[in-house]
Structures are given as structure tokens and as C-alpha cells.
Design a protein around this ligand. Structure first.
Ligand code: ATP
Ligand code: MG
Length: 137
């Protein structure tokens, strides 16, 4: 069983989309292995998105990610990384396939409701960034 880190980003939490996202996760039979609501500091958001630190949008992205509570989760399942990214849709909601979370709910390339790990190595880093062994079932 593969694991991935999923986040309902601050825009999704503020807009009341946690329930919609969780319903889709349960409907698609991904298993929730860990879950908590956190409010990241900017430094924590910078550590999380360190791979993007040279990007022009890094400051804005870390401001946004630390702007309010976010729901962080570990999801498990067959090909969980690709499966969850398929459910999210493309980064830019305008290019996201119909029926994906970003196509249905995102309003902005940055405020795109959800996050998902993009590879096994990043999933291992990201799940460990937010959860210790006692917080996982
Ligand atoms: P995430 O890592 O959040 O799951 P992703 O893997 O689809 O999304 P990345 O390329 O890793 O996309 O970018 C990380 C996040 O940075 C995006 O989800 C989005 O919030 C923001 N972002 C990406 N590209 C841009 C951009 N051109 N302008 C503003 N924000 C951007
Ligand atoms: Mg990414």
C-alpha cells in the first residue's frame, strides 16, 4: 500500500470544503491513516515547500499556506500518490480535468484547494514533516 500526503489548503478550509474533499476520498476508497488541523507558521510553510524556494511565487505561496488552518492527512491505497493527484486535477484549475477537485472548486492557480505529494520520496518527506509514528494508525 502506497502512502501520500494530502492537504486541504487554507482556502479550502475557509470556504467550508473539508466535507466535500473527505467525501471524495472515502468514495474512492483511499484510506485515511492520519489527519489533523494545523495552522502553519510561515517558516513551517517554507520548510514544507523548500523545493520551490527559487520560484517567483514562493513568498506568496508560503504567505497563503500560513494564512489560516489547513487539514493535513496521510492517505493510503494502491498507487495512492497518482490516484490522489488524479482526483485533485492539474495545478492550474483552468487546465484541470472535469470532475476533479481543482476543476470543481479552485479559484486561482495558487489557491487551488488541495495538495498532494508528487513522488514516493516527496511523500516520505512530507508525511514525516507533519506526523510522527504515534499519530498514524
Ligand atoms: P501541490 O504541490 O500544492 O500539490 P502541484 O504539485 O500541483 O501542487 P507545484 O508545482 O508543486 O504544483 O506547486 C505548488 C503550489 O504552488 C501549487 O499547488 C500552487 O498553490 C502554487 N503555484 C504553482 N505554480 C504557481 C504559479 N505559477 N503561480 C502561483 N502559484 C503557483
Ligand atoms: Mg507539488
Amino acid at each position: 500500500m502506497e502512502q501520500t500526503l494530502a492537504i486541504v489548503k487554507p482556502d479550502g478550509v475557509a470556504r467550508g470544503l473539508i466535507g466535500q474533499v473527505l467525501a471524495r476520498i472515502e468514495e474512492k476508497k483511499l484510506t485515511i491513516k492520519a489527519m489533523k488541523l494545523i495552522h502553519m507558521t510561515q517558516a513551517q510553510a517554507e520548510g514544507f515547500y523548500a523545493v520551490h524556494k527559487e520560484r517567483p511565487f514562493f513568498g506568496s505561496l508560503t504567505d497563503f499556506m500560513s494564512s489560516g488552518p489547513a487539514l493535513v492527512m496521510i492517505l493510503a491505497g494502491d498507487h495512492a500518490i497518482a490516484h490522489w493527484r488524479e482526483m485533485m486535477g492539474a495545478t492550474n484549475y483552468k487546465e484541470a480535468a472535469e470532475g476533479t477537485i481543482r476543476s470543481d472548486y479552485a479559484t486561482d492557480i495558487e489557491k487551488n484547494v488541495v495538495h498532494g505529494s508528487d513522488a514516493p520520496e516527496t511523500a516520505a518527506f512530507e508525511t514525516g514533516y507533519f506526523f510522527n509514528a504515534f499519530e498514524r494508525v
